[in-house]
Design a protein. Structure first.
Length: 267
């Protein structure tokens, strides 16, 4: 019979997988009658779902939300994926798409994100935002596996790497890293018990479904480059996508984003 701890880990992992949309996104299928597709960075999962629900209540327009890594969406858009609005966790991907003529314009900065350390219940690690306990755990043998998003295509993974480099433990911890395809999958790894913890987005840690699975502490934002998150419309974006783009700047939409830990830009 499986132990109570193993059963808890299994249930927690399945629960988080269900709520966080952790599978790699498939290319959107487009048809004239289909709602517009929003390709959104995985850190937006809970916040944008709530904003989209409010948008539908206010306007009657439905949206198709797809969550994943910004780098993967960037590659898919280059290959012709039929997305209508791209909400990237790194504005550089938007600028690159604009430079090759894939977008309506250079988009709009919609939020700044934050990262922090998350440890699951029962972990030998502490949720220490200065990562001192993480460094100590590397030396005393408490740390075996630690999760971050893949730095090559996930902006939150890039910033996690920068923070680990800042405190001088990147080379030591790298062999113990487990890479999530996006920051949503990384949150699953960091809370399911399959690792001792990980670096995830504040916006995911704020969600009750994730917060219940462990403890979280912010990492100083001066330890990494800003997570400047930019959105952009594609040239063929229908009216509903354009209205949602504008709605994200409305006070009620921004209030939801702030509740999930995002800082609003002043531009």
């Amino acid at each position: 019979m499986p132990s109570p701890l193993r059963r808890w880990i299994t249930v927690a992992a399945l629960s988080l997988a269900a709520v966080a949309g952790l599978q790699r996104p498939a290319l959107a299928q487009s048809s004239p009658a289909a709602p517009p597709t929003v390709a959104a960075a995985a850190d937006l999962k809970f916040a944008v779902e709530e904003v989209a629900k409010l948008f539908e209540q206010r306007t009657g327009h439905k949206l198709r939300l797809v969550f994943g890594s910004s780098g993967n969406f960037y590659s898919q858009i280059l290959q012709g994926a039929p997305f209508h609005l791209f909400m990237s966790a790194d504005e550089d991907f938007v600028f690159k798409l604009a430079d090759v003529g894939k977008t309506l314009d250079r988009g709009k900065l919609y939020a700044y994100g934050r990262i922090g350390i998350m440890v699951p219940k029962g972990s030998p690690l502490k949720a220490d935002g200065e990562l001192k306990d993480l460094a100590a755990a590397l030396k005393d043998g408490r740390l075996h596996k630690f999760a971050i998003a893949a730095p090559d295509h996930a902006p939150y993974g890039k910033r996690a790497k920068e923070a680990l480099q800042y405190v001088g433990i990147w080379e030591t911890i790298e062999p113990r890293l487990v890479y999530g395809e996006n920051i949503g999958q990384t949150a699953q790894f960091a809370t399911s018990g399959s690792t001792e913890g990980g670096i995830i987005a504040l916006s995911l840690a704020k969600a009750p479904q994730v917060a219940a699975l462990g403890d979280f502490a912010l990492i100083p934002q001066s330890w990494h480059r800003p997570l400047a998150q930019r959105m952009v419309l594609m040239k063929d974006a229908p009216e509903a996508a354009r209205r949602f783009y504008d709605f994200l700047a409305a006070p009620e939409a921004q209030a939801i984003m702030v509740r999930y830990g995002f800082a609003m830009p002043k531009e």
